[in-house]
Design a protein around this ligand. Structure first.
Ligand SMILES: [Zn+2]
Length: 239
């Protein structure tokens, strides 16, 4: 397996995107251009490493070859990320919500990889009592498919109905940690956060195992797709 590449260097203090411009780096909490323009509906997104090499192999092993033991390794990485975020989280119990899959996709795969990774991580962190996994609160009740080729308006509509909170009482007033395997450009995380905030969640943080970084040129999705997703994220943040 190729070497894993942990995230290093200067990153946006909110979404974790790598920063190259010296103008961004002068601030103590630098922000990327996107976060400067429109603050995301989440407080901060953190990831263990870049979505390439060995880390991408490991995620693919779990998702596409159903090698479940890979979830334990990914869970350990996620546990590290959650631990690094812990000092920034408020007191009290944090509600942990894995990004849901659509029921059909879940049935097809046999599991939701984000759930497996979350459960493994929560078993491996130092203070598990601080976290409580909430299941069946956030639901993906529509498959979104590819966003490529959609206008901003269509994309917004496409995302808008995708996620829903089934039980607002369980999320209202809670501080939430949203967990996913990969953070690409934040469209999914932003939409989930927006829906949960609207249902009364106080704050939302995001932790993922991997993240694509545009500047390294190692992302798994084509440039055009990233552009498209950025447009979707802007639309989600603006609503
Ligand atoms: Zn940012």
């Amino acid at each position: 397996m190729k070497a894993l590449r942990p995230l290093t260097g200067s990153l946006c203090s909110v979404c974790g995107e790598a920063l190259l411009s010296p103008a961004f780096l002068e601030r103590s909490e630098p922000l990327c251009g996107l976060c400067q323009r429109l603050h995301p509906p989440f407080e901060k997104a953190v990831a263990y490493g870049t979505y390439d090499g060995g880390l991408r192999d490991l995620i693919h092993l779990l998702k596409f070859q159903q090698v479940r033991p890979a979830a334990a390794v990914l869970g350990r990485m996620l546990a590290e990320v959650i631990t690094s975020l812990e000092s920034a989280l408020p007191c009290g119990t944090i509600a942990v919500i894995p990004v849901p899959l659509h029921a059909r996709k879940r049935a097809q795969r046999g599991f939701n990889q984000s759930e497996l990774i979350t459960r493994s991580a929560l078993k491996q962190i130092a203070r598990p009592e601080r976290f409580q996994e909430l299941t069946n609160v956030l639901l993906r009740h529509r498959e979104t498919g590819s966003q490529i080729g959609l206008t901003r308006h269509q994309r917004r509509e496409n995302l808008r109905g995708a996620f829903a909170v089934t039980d607002t009482e369980r999320i209202s007033g809670r501080d939430v940690l949203l967990v996913d395997d990969v953070f690409t450009t934040g469209t999914t995380a932003s939409e989930c956060a927006r829906v949960m905030r609207r249902a009364g969640a106080k704050h939302v943080w995001v932790a993922t195992v991997a993240r694509t970084l545009k500047v390294f040129g190692t992302f798994a999705v084509p440039e055009q797709e990233l552009e498209e997703e950025n447009a979707g994220r802007l639309a989600a943040a603006a609503s």
